[in-house]
Design a protein around this ligand. Structure first.
Ligand SMILES: [Zn+2]
Length: 308
């Protein structure tokens, strides 16, 4: 499916069919995919040369750290909803894939996303360097993680990453249940075309765009590209979110509806992790990500407080 766009592009453009030309900006890794990076905290390799003075400061810091931590823990424990205590009790003795699958299903149930979020989680392949990645694809309605997620992370971080991607699934479901799947598909298409325009690696799109500019028809080219991409996204979304589409809708002006409007705007301006998987400020400050990171971190804290 990823390569469809590029082939389309060449064919469409070579045909010089001015009426229909435009191109689908899809290429590998860019399908309106909300891709997230969770770097591992590497072991604290300290140089032995560091001196006593530093060691003293460090000791003081640790003592303060422990006191603060104890205080936070007691406060946090009071805040944790009763439901979580049951969830964590069930997860206490699970490890490996059993833990991941059970935790995923428990979180899904807690977030009322059964039948909405993906049935199962998938694997996206090797990590990118030190960066273990996860992603929710709103077009296909899939959640995937790179290999390191399954083998290299502690359970609390796995729990955090599951919560993060499920938050994206929840955001998408609010949009669809506000009757805005069409606007949503259009927003991703606009985002994809904008990214393709600025992506030097998307050679075929850049060539076609430059050619259109030369002929003074770049506006039409962009609009047609957006339209092509939107149709494709909408078609896939309609198939991958069948259950959600059948669910009761959120009324205009309801909190969910208002969230949906903000999420669509954030999708239009979404910027992925980028070529090196680092994630820019724009990525981190996008509402979709801010919310997902915030929720993931909260879940991790609950997990550590109850299990740690
Ligand atoms: Zn994310």
């Amino acid at each position: 499916m990823n390569s469809v766009g590029i082939n389309n592009l060449n064919n469409t453009y070579q045909n010089q069919n001015i009426k229909n030309f435009g191109t689908n900006p899809y290429h590998q890794n860019r399908q309106g995919l909300e891709q997230d990076s969770f770097e591992r905290k590497e072991g604290l390799s300290k140089k032995k040369k560091v001196g006593i003075a530093v060691a003293f400061i460090a000791t003081t810091a640790i003592v303060i750290g422990l006191l603060v931590n104890k205080h936070i823990k007691a406060k946090d424990l009071k805040k944790i909803p009763e439901e979580f205590r049951t969830i964590f009790k069930d997860l206490k003795n699970e490890t490996g894939d059993n833990f991941i699958n059970k935790a995923y299903n428990k979180l899904k149930k807690y977030m009322q996303l059964e039948g909405i979020a993906p049935e199962k989680i998938g694997r996206s392949g090797p990590d990118k360097g030190f960066s273990i990645q996860g992603g929710f694809n709103p077009t296909k309605n899939t959640i995937e993680y790179s290999n390191g997620f399954f083998t290299k992370l502690d359970r609390a971080t796995q729990f955090e990453m599951l919560a993060h991607e499920l938050k994206h699934a929840e955001q998408t479901s609010k949009i669809i249940r506000s009757g805005k799947i069409d606007d949503y598909a259009r927003a991703w298409a606009e985002c994809n075309v904008e990214l393709a325009k600025n992506d030097p690696l998307n050679v075929s799109f850049t060539m076609a765009y430059n050619n259109a500019k030369k002929h003074g028809v770049e506006k039409k080219f962009i609009e047609n590209s957006i339209q092509l991409n939107k149709d494709m996204i909408l078609d896939e979304m309609t198939k991958s979110h069948t259950n959600t589409l059948k669910m009761p809708q959120f009324k205009e002006g309801s909190p969910e509806y208002l969230d949906a409007e903000k999420y669509i705007e954030a999708s239009r301006n979404y910027e992925g992790l980028g070529l090196f998987g680092l994630g820019s400020e724009k990525y981190k400050n996008n509402l979709l990500e801010k919310e997902a990171y915030g929720f993931g971190e909260k879940m991790k804290k609950y997990f550590e407080t109850l299990m740690g």
